[in-house]
Structures are given as C-alpha cells and as structure tokens.
Design a protein around this ligand. Sequence first.
Ligand code: THU
Length: 137
Amino acid sequence: MDVLTDHEKTSLVDAAIEARQWAYAPYSHYLVGAALLTTSGRIYDGVNVENAAYPSGMCAERVAIFKAVSQGERNFSAIAVVTSNGGYPCGACRQVMAEFGLETIVIIANDKGEIIRETDVSGILPGAFTPEHLNNP
Ligand code: THU
C-alpha cells in the first residue's frame, strides 16, 4: 500500500465532498461522492446517479473510475468515498476497483471530512478475482 500525505488525503476527501453536491439520488436520498487520484496526479470525481428504473442507476465510485478510464487513465493511487455516515463501497464497486489494482488506497469518510477507514482494495475485497486469473497461456 502506497502512502499518501495528509495533504493528499485531505484534498481527495475534499474533492469527494465537493462532488457529492451533484449526486442524483431522488429515490434513496443517500448522497455519495467519490474522488479518484491517478498516478499522473489528476483527480476524477463521481457521484451516484439513480434512475426511476432502479437497477439502471450507478454508484459514485464507478462513475469516477469510468470517467478516468474513458480519459485514458488506468493507474490509480487512491479513491476517497464520502457519504453522510461513512458507508463502505458496495461489492460491485470493490470489484471494479480490483480490476485496476489491489493496492489502490481506499479512504472512507463522512461528510464532515472525518476519515472512518483507510485501507487498500485488497483490504475490502480479500481473495479478489482479478485479470490475472484470465491469463491462460
Ligand atoms: N451507492 C454508491 O454510490 N456507492 C456505493 O458503494 C454504495 C451505494 C449509492 C447507490 C444508490 O444510489 C445509493 O447509494 C443507495 O444505495
């Protein structure tokens, strides 16, 4: 697990808090903001986007990751996730994080900016199925 400076952590959590205002969550009213730091030093944010057809919605973490990947970024240092109560990333988001590296730092924080947990992807998805499992010779 790489180490982030306190300043980098604060910046990332602040970016997730800032993004969270744009969450579209008229059904659950559970607002989620995410901010993803690439090894190139850029931050991609994301929010949950719900839908009247409930399963068509998308989580904040995956929005941030997909935004980054669609801009050509695949190497991630850390992701911060902010909710009202420090909720953890869902299983599908953990799996998408794992695709791009088990060592990506995961910072879970609340809307006051308090860090509830700091770990890496392997810490929240032990025994992950990864691209290496598909590398049949
Ligand atoms: N949600 C996220 O954005 N990320 C997660 O990891 C957990 C759940 C969203 C999905 C839905 O819009 C709302 O939170 C309630 O489940």
